[in-house]
Design a protein around this ligand. Sequence first.
Ligand code: ADP
Ligand code: MG
Length: 355
Amino acid sequence: MAELILDSVSQSYGTRQIIADLSFSLPEGAIGCLLGPSGCGKTTALRCISGFEPIQTGEIRIGGEVVSLPDWMLAAEKRRVGMVFQDYALFPHMTVSANVGFGLRSESKAARQARIDELLILVGLSGHADQFPHQLSGGQQQRVALARALAPRPRLILMDEPFSNLDVELRERLSLEVRDILKREATTALIVTHDQNEAFALADWVGVMHEGRIQQWDTPYNLYHKPTNRFVADFVGQGALVTGNVINDHQVEIELGVLNGVIPVECGAAGCGECVRSCHVDVLLRPDDIIHDDDSLMLAEVENKAFRGAEFLYTLKLPSGQRALSLVPSHHNHAIGERIGIKLAVDHVVAFRRE
Ligand code: ADP
Ligand code: MG
């Protein structure tokens, strides 16, 4: 239970830089998530934090204590950091109870048993204490792994793609359960995943990573609604970019009409404090920014559609040929090729300087 701070951390394998200038701070008791595509350096970042990998620049602090510097690192076993892996890594020949108690060997028998009992209740596996890992489902095994990591009351829990071996439905449920367990133990935790739904379900703070760098460290809400660059806009959530021209400091015109927003702040181009009249931008439209309205005179052609149960996700071709997405209640079942009425419902403009 301690805060985690990374300050300008870089790491290389040989001459190849894997993570660059990584900085973020995770408050005590908060759940953070590093979200990014495969190969972007998430596992490497966790290995640096856990003390298995040296760093070349910057520093890492846990609970105010410096644990990594370029020429020095505190040994992994002295960091009081708990790890949970993708493949659970339980001891197959030990019972659930023995697995959970593994890190508590130095405690008295009574204290150890009390902590095991408490954790098995916390993760909902009280009835499974004497079973072996192979007798449990994947989701149950992962909860044992979490209980084992929590048992010695580490300052920080690190989890590397903890749900990726589980099927999609279970993944979402378990993300919420794990969030609940971590919050009840008031544990600071950093979780790594490539799955946005998992990150959003679990984390208070999410860092979107790309090629070894954090692109944006923010709340899930802000990542979706206020992405600071194109990579984040594209990686988080669905949407499409359409061309626009800035009219003045709070209005931008796209082919569907004029949008009101705080353009200078949102443009995000390096060195651009103020988009000016006729500045060319790309405007992000999310699927809920365009609503279907049979009475609207503004028309777009249905180019594709995906049934989502309660809604259709339509891919629309706008008059200019640009594409946009729209989420439409599924009783509006329109055919591909049909032209349907649409309306803008943008309450927050996100624009990027056109390259
Ligand atoms: P992620 O977890 O985001 O998928 P990793 O941190 O595992 O990414 O890997 C980032 C990059 O570092 C990859 O290109 C990978 O090939 C490389 N890499 C990882 N481990 C090593 C290693 N021990 N030696 C050399 N390169 C490595
Ligand atoms: Mg990885």
